[in-house]
Design a binder for this molecule. Structure first.
Ligand SMILES: N=CN[C@@H](CCC(=O)O)C(=O)O
Length: 351
């Protein structure tokens, strides 16, 4: 049953692509699955044929809305595809082990969320229930990818989806996982119903997460209950202020503090909320964040770990760009593509 996954064929993305003479572009040598195949078998076959990385999209924004935030994260995946698919293949970019799988089916949930107002308490509860339903679909799709021994790169939607990804990884591997998160928000808010601000807390509560490190957590963007819950769980963070204000740690050191602790242990999730990056079009805009290359460096260091099992890039909201949607698509697409290329680059340097 592929109900929770829309498996792409080339026809699904052809409108996003272009060609140029004397140039082979990424989409022209990517692998697709046969859309009507039995998914678990097809994924295992793909792995046997040398596929290692699987691109999956999630087009929703009710996760951030259920966290009392703004919408717009439905278009992150499309922004990524528009850019990434048209990158030139060259000595540095070789798609031979990358599969463009498709997107988690959630149009029906997104549709239901469009009439819900997060300032109305009852409708906020309904938004959080939609997140729970999405969690189940994310778990279903991601479990099959992990079970095939593949590494997913999950793009789009809110940070709520870290919960489903970690649950799928933990259940498939039979062990609680580690996560390292580049994020001004610890996403360890109260267990008040699912949303984009509490995915790691729910993962901890359900024993899918056994160790967690936040890089660049912003001292002005997390309440005391979040800090207390992180401390109680004995998780760690190095704040944005530690790295860029007092400069007590370099970014590399801030990442390594977590990565060294996680090394050669349980499976590791590499998480980036792109609202860590200054001027990104996102649900929670910042002009006092990190640079794109800082985020790329974070991804690079995470991906170099032998136990790195997935990359999750969330919260891009192209329509929230002050110059409009077209500019937002362009900038989000470029940043998300850069982050994916950093992940793949680190993996190849390691291999
Ligand atoms: N994943 C994001 N978490 C932030 C979001 C705030 C917002 O969307 O405005 C948080 O919980 O504070």
């Amino acid at each position: 049953m592929n109900n929770w996954l829309h498996v792409y064929s080339e026809a699904d993305v052809i409108n996003l692509t272009s060609t140029r003479e004397n140039e082979l572009r990424y989409w022209q040598s990517l692998t697709f699955l046969e859309p009507n195949s039995q998914l678990n078998v097809a994924l295992k076959d793909a792995a046997a044929f040398g596929i290692k990385y699987v691109l999956v999209g999630i087009n929703e924004d009710f996760g951030p809305k259920a966290n009392c935030g703004k919408g717009g994260a439905t278009l992150g995946w499309q922004a990524f595809l528009q850019r990434f698919l048209n990158l030139p293949c060259n000595d540095f970019l070789t798609p031979k082990d990358v599969l463009l799988l498709g997107e988690v089916n959630c149009d029906d949930l997104q549709q239901q969320s469009s009439n819900l107002d997060n300032s109305n308490p009852e409708q906020l509860v309904a938004l959080r229930q939609l997140c729970e339903q999405l969690d189940e679909r994310v778990v279903y799709v991601l479990s099959m990818i992990f079970a095939a021994g593949l590494e997913p790169i999950i793009i789009g939607g809110g940070h709520n989806n870290c919960f489903g990804i970690l649950k799928a990884l933990a259940q498939t591997k039979g062990t609680a996982c580690h996560a390292i998160n580049f994020d001004p928000h610890a996403d360890f808010r109260a267990l008040e119903g699912r949303h984009s601000g509490n995915g790691f807390h729910y993962a901890h509560q359900n024993s899918y997460l056994c160790d967690y490190h936040v890089v660049g957590m912003h001292e002005q963007k997390n309440n005391q209950a979040i800090i207390a819950a992180l401390n109680q769980a004995q998780y760690s963070y190095i704040s944005y202020q530690d790295i860029l204000v007092s400069r007590k740690y370099s970014l590399t050191q801030a990442c390594e503090l977590g990565l060294k602790r996680f090394a050669n242990k349980a499976p590791l999730g590499v998480e980036v909320d792109v609202d860590s990056i200054s001027y990104m079009p996102v649900s929670a805009f910042t002009n006092c964040g990190f640079s794109v290359s800082d985020a790329e460096h974070f991804v690079y260091l995470g991906a170099q770990q032998a136990n790195a099992s997935y990359l999750h890039l969330c919260e891009a909201a192209p329509g929230n760009h002050p110059q409009g949607l077209a500019q937002g698509m362009l900038e989000a697409g470029q940043v998300l593509s850069g982050l994916v290329c950093s992940y793949l680059r680190a993996k190849r340097h390691k291999a």
